[in-house]
Design a protein around this ligand. Structure first.
Ligand code: 2AM
Length: 193
């Protein structure tokens, strides 16, 4: 066996939860006016929607395998979290997101545990503090109103509660370059029960 000539020696990795389709469908419906009004925003693909617990950045490929049993054990020891999607907001007039509702204490605890485990696997981790959100789109620099108005349009949105049943280890160096960033599960594990 030999490596593919263009295979990257690093991969961009994060650990995340994902809402089920029913919760995503509701939010997509609430976003319909914004999709129609702001087609120039860079909208994330619905199948890529996720809630990041820890962003590890660009890692050597060899750093990934030790994470897998550690994350598997963590997922097996934790119960699914009950969460919801609610409202909208923006970072820096560029990033549009929907907020997270529900068991936020459990979410912070899970994120802390995931982050500790990354360190235990020997991966230096200097993440930003968790600000629970699910990113929906990025506005172009010349169009900050798009993100501010889209966020305002989500103010009254309260999605159903759902259970985050799986922990996902995601790679994101697919389709790098001018096109949209593509995410792909490297692996995922059911929480207990
Ligand atoms: P975002 O949802 O706020 O955009 C993949 O890029 C995931 O990792 C995204 O969910 C993104 O957060 C998060 N992410 C990207 N760059 C990051 C960084 N430098 N620090 C923390 N999280 C980051």
């Amino acid at each position: 066996m030999h490596a593919e000539p263009n295979a990257p020696a690093t991969t961009r990795v994060f650990i995340a939860l994902a809402p089920p389709d029913e919760a995503k469908d509701e939010l997509a419906e609430a976003l319909a006016p914004a999709y129609a009004a702001y087609p120039r925003m860079r909208w994330n693909r619905i199948e890529d929607w996720h809630l990041t617990l820890a962003f590890l950045g660009e890692l050597p490929l060899a750093s990934v395998p030790p994470l897998r049993p550690a994350l598997a054990d963590l997922a097996a020891a934790r119960r699914p979290l009950e969460l919801g999607l609610r409202g909208g907001g923006q970072f820096d007039e560029r990033v549009l997101w929907t907020g997270i509702d529900g068991d936020l204490d459990g979410l912070h605890l899970l994120s802390d545990e995931v982050r500790a485990l990354i360190g235990e696997c020997g991966i230096p981790f200097e993440g930003r503090p968790l600000r629970p959100h699910l990113t929906l789109a990025r506005a172009r620099r010349d169009d900050p109103a798009a993100v501010v108005e889209s966020a305002a349009g989500l103010a009254g949105f309260t999605g159903r509660r759902w259970r985050a049943r799986r922990l996902h280890l995601v790679g994101s160096n697919f389709g790098r370059g001018p096109g949209p960033i593509r995410y792909r599960d490297i692996d995922s594990w059911d929480f207990q029960g």
